[in-house]
Design a protein around this ligand. Structure first.
Ligand code: P6P
Length: 337
């Protein structure tokens, strides 16, 4: 059997040739791949490198930054500045968009959550990086926040890196979803999960059940029915998972199906929910939809939402198509639609 492994770089080059691209997208993705490999190294070194614990600073979200939050953000900024294949950047860890420096002249806008799930770092549980890529609007010469405020349907590409038992990257450019595993011996991501598909049905849900007292009735109805098991209205038993790392939850759903929910509730409703639209919900929604799943707020498609500001939050219900449709139907029934 001839050697048939495909590296992520060669996969992207094949996509580039198929689409007749100029190579600037591939160049940007190469910088992102470098950043994720370096972050993987720092995550894996953990306490040995003094990477655990708090940085002693807060981010725009008012959250205490972990040392690796700051380091991962610095790595993303530095590797992309070196590459210069971007027109502007935005990060969960930065209040404002990142000024273009060093003569960057790419035609893409890069948005990212450099280290998602960072409360898991010190306990050695999976964390990840999430990124979203938009095309710079035609004729835009100065980069303002407004250029980033585009619906999820306008994304050119989206992906994540999962720093877990193995390091993986999963991406979509609008032609399905493909997964790559880092071979540390050669330092390359290799195609291991071609054409990832989410099963339409599932017996597994993920939600932070400690917030049940805040949930709206349609969310409570859905979870109660799952917990009622085979003797209840669903006629089957369900299992629950909660990793507190959206990247890990989405990856599990891509591999074996499931539904992930972080709904707006009576406690977080005033902020619009918990998860951020531009660099968490939208990229994950693109990936999930490209894999045959759905991504909703409970009351509408996430990728159709017109953003109003960079760090806005949004309710998230995503995963197996038939479960998301059921949850949306419960919301519509509750709203009297
Ligand atoms: P909770 C991580 O901080 C995150 O943004 C998502 O990755 C994760 O799903 C969620 O928040 C965890 O929230 O309420 O369990 O801390």
């Amino acid at each position: 059997m001839p050697y048939s492994r495909i590296t992520m770089t060669h996969f992207l080059l094949q996509e580039q040739r198929r689409k007749g691209g100029s190579g600037s997208f591939t160049a940007l993705m190469t910088d992102i791949i470098f950043a994720c490999k370096m972050i993987a190294h720092e995550v894996n070194r953990g306490a040995l490198a003094g990477n655990h614990g708090l940085a002693g600073s807060e981010n725009i979200q008012g959250e205490d930054q972990k040392k690796l939050d700051v380091l991962a953000n610095d790595i993303f900024l530095h590797m992309n500045e070196l590459g210069g294949n971007y027109a502007g950047m935005a990060s969960e860890e930065l209040e404002d968009i990142h000024a273009v420096t060093g003569g960057a002249e790419g035609k893409y806008l890069l948005l990212f959550d450099p280290l998602d799930g960072s409360s898991n770092i010190d306990i050695n549980v999976s964390v990840g990086s999430i990124f979203s890529i938009l095309r710079l609007p035609e004729g835009a010469n100065t980069i303002q926040e407004a250029a980033f405020l585009r619906k999820g349907v306008e994304q050119v590409a989206a992906g994540y890196a999962l720093y877990g038992s193995s390091t993986m990257m999963v991406i979509t450019t609008g032609n399905g979803v493909n997964g790559f595993t880092l071979d540390n011996n050669v330092g390359m991501f290799m195609l291991t999960h071609p054409d990832m598909q989410i099963p339409a049905d599932t017996k597994e849900f993920a939600i932070n059940a400690s917030r049940s007292r805040f949930w709206e009735p349609p969310v409570k109805r859905y979870i109660d029915e799952c917990q009622a098991g085979k003797d209840g209205p669903r006629g089957k038993d369900f299992n629950m998972r909660w990793v507190a790392s959206m990247v890990a939850e989405v990856h599990r759903i891509l591999i074996r199906g499931g539904v992930f929910m972080y709904p707006a509730d009576s406690e977080n409703m005033k902020k619009g929910g918990k998860l951020r639209l531009m660099y968490e919900a939208n990229p994950m929604a693109f990936i999930v939809e490209q894999a045959g799943g759905l991504a909703s707020t409970g009351r509408g498609r996430i990728m159709d939402l017109p953003p109003t500001h960079l760090h806005q939050r949004v309710p998230v219900v995503l995963g197996s198509k038939n479960e998301v449709e059921r949850i949306d139907a419960y919301h519509a029934e509750f709203d009297g639609k």
